[in-house]
Ligand binder design. Structure first.
Ligand code: ATP
Length: 263
């Protein structure tokens, strides 16, 4: 059976430009319906944090480490907020009939100076074999050097794609794919069908508060790890279903060495 890993951007399921945590209920409902419709074989879901994560982390600086009591509290509070968002996502998935199960990556993840060293995947593999849909999400995580750093959904998807040898890796974001420059800033930006390198491209971060590096980091993670993945617009009705079914020719395919898109 094939394995698909889909990351749903925080820019889709939350109002990312809000400085307070704010869910986008209508989009969340639609996305969950589309996931149910498109599911094909084994499926892992990962979601971003959007306004549930970036503003609090930016304000408290916990992504750069822990140096005082206030930051210790913020570490716990940030994790709890992500769990709240994840509960809402899992609740909507359950309504569609999918056997979604929340997985908090930071309960086994080990970071070092902001880099992920390890996540325990044995439970995730077992749950997939049972027929469950594990739902992971970006989290603040234990860091052996600095106490805390951020384990983003973008890092989790790349790690799991490699560890579990995924067949179809999809990033659903709020743009049609990767352009030669940020389409939110440049009307004449051109959508790329395929991308092999970031050289000569003006790919930057996000236009909202973003502590995990936005589009550029997303792509460099994939290229450095050798994971082939498709970037699609999850805000456009039907795209998530199509991508889950293995439709080619939508969004941008990031072509990279080892883990291939088999579908
Ligand atoms: P989250 O990290 O909260 O899950 P996300 O994964 O949905 O969010 P971002 O990390 O914000 O999305 O990345 C998408 C953003 O990257 C777009 O909204 C766009 O403005 C920005 N961007 C910058 N340069 C480019 C580019 N060359 N092509 C496409 N998008 C770009």
């Amino acid at each position: 059976m094939t394995l698909t890993i889909l990351k749903i951007g925080g820019s889709i399921i939350t109002k990312k430009n809000s400085i307070e945590p704010e869910i986008n209920h209508a989009e969340l409902k639609r996305v969950c319906r589309e996931i149910k419709e498109g599911k094909n074989g084994k499926l892992i879901l990962i979601h971003g944090a959007g306004s549930y994560g970036h503003p609090i982390v930016n304000r408290t600086g916990i992504h750069k480490g822990i140096s005082n009591e206030e930051q210790l509290k913020a570490f716990g509070e940030t994790q709890a907020l992500q769990n709240e968002l994840n509960s809402m996502v899992c609740k909507e998935l359950k309504k569609t009939g999918l056997p979604a199960i929340p997985i908090q990556a930071s309960s086994s993840a080990v970071m070092e100076k902001g880099q992920l060293l390890y996540i325990d995947t044995r439970v995730i593999k077992g749950l997939l074999d049972l027929g469950m849909v594990p739902v992971l999400y970006g989290v603040p995580a234990y860091d052996v050097e600095q106490g805390c750093s951020i384990l983003s959904g973008d890092v989790i998807i790349t790690y799991l794609a490699l560890e579990l040898n995924a067949d179809n890796v999809i990033h659903a974001s709020d743009v049609d794919g990767v352009y030669d420059k940020d389409p939110k800033k440049h009307e004449d930006a051109v959508l790329l069908k395929e991308l092999l390198t970031l050289d000569n491209l003006n790919v930057t971060g996000s236009n909202h508060v973003d502590v995990t590096g936005g589009m550029r980091k997303k792509i460099s993670q994939l290229l450095n790890a050798g994971v082939t993945a498709r970037i699609i617009n999850g805000l456009k009705e039907g795209m998530i279903t199509l991508a889950l079914k293995g439709e080619k020719g939508i969004g941008t395919i990031i072509k990279s060495g080892r883990v291939q898109n088999h579908l």
